[in-house]
Ligand binder design. Structure first.
Ligand code: C5P
Length: 222
């Protein structure tokens, strides 16, 4: 039997990459598979949570019992997240949102001409930063970060800058953690310190991270 420790909690999870279109045939994307976010949404639902998943394009099936909203671009993800944010008790942003999009969408497929071409990029909204600015004090706001060096320092500065309660950092310099793999190892940072989770499956990692979130909520109430 699974303990229903998230019963009554409204949980908003984001997952997957975003796709930023260039022309009708091409987009800028990244290597996120969505596995970590889908594992979190699935585990939160099993523990009794009322879960909404906002997902970029992935090859994964929508988790059972989870309201899944599919989006393509960062701007679409931003809009769907903002619509659902104020009602959420917990927000977990595991999506790998593209920081930039092509400045101009070209209506017809771009033809090859010359030996090189350059692409202008425009900055996308930082969804998590905006959530941190408008957050309810009683909300639990959890971010993710992929780092390849100075993992804990970079994590801490994002925790502060984006006004988060918790940030889960993974080391993308290892093949067993981060992008596309079925396993992960997270460093969970809060203002109280760092908890190093074991290297394990993303499904197990999801439950261990939810344990940390439940504990953080309880500690805050005490
Ligand atoms: O600053 P960095 O991109 O490393 O922060 C990662 C965290 O911020 C993730 O939780 C990611 O979902 C979120 N993010 C976002 N919007 C962006 C970029 C990142 O919500 N445009």
């Amino acid at each position: 039997l699974i303990e229903q420790d998230l019963r009554g909690e409204k949980i908003l999870v984001t997952a997957g990459p975003t796709r930023e279109p260039l022309d009708p045939a091409r987009f800028l994307g990244n290597r996120s598979s969505g596995k970590m976010g889908y594992a979190l949404a699935t585990a939160a639902r099993r523990r009794g949570g009322d879960v909404i998943l906002v997902s970029g394009p992935t090859a994964l099936v929508a988790p059972h019992g989870v309201e899944t909203i599919r989006v393509n671009t960062a701007e679409e993800m931003y809009a769907r997240v903002m619509e659902n944010a104020s009602a959420a008790d917990i927000i977990v942003k595991s999506a790998a949102v593209a920081d930039f999009r092509p400045e101009n969408y070209v209506e017809q497929k771009v033809k090859k001409e010359g030996a090189s071409m350059s692409l202008g990029l425009a900055r996308n909204p930082d969804i998590l930063f905006e959530l941190g600015k408008g957050r309810r004090a009683d909300q639990l706001l959890v971010g993710f970060a992929a780092e390849s060096e100075n993992i804990v320092d970079h994590g801490r500065s994002k925790l502060e800058r984006k006004k988060l309660d918790m940030i889960a950092v993974n080391d993308i310099s290892s093949a067993q953690t981060g992008f596309e793999s079925d396993t992960n190892q997270l460093f969970v940072i809060t203002e109280d310190g760092v908890v190093t989770l074991p290297l394990t499956t993303k499904n197990h990692t999801a439950n261990l991270l939810l344990d940390q979130m439940v504990k953080h909520k309880q500690d805050r109430v005490l």
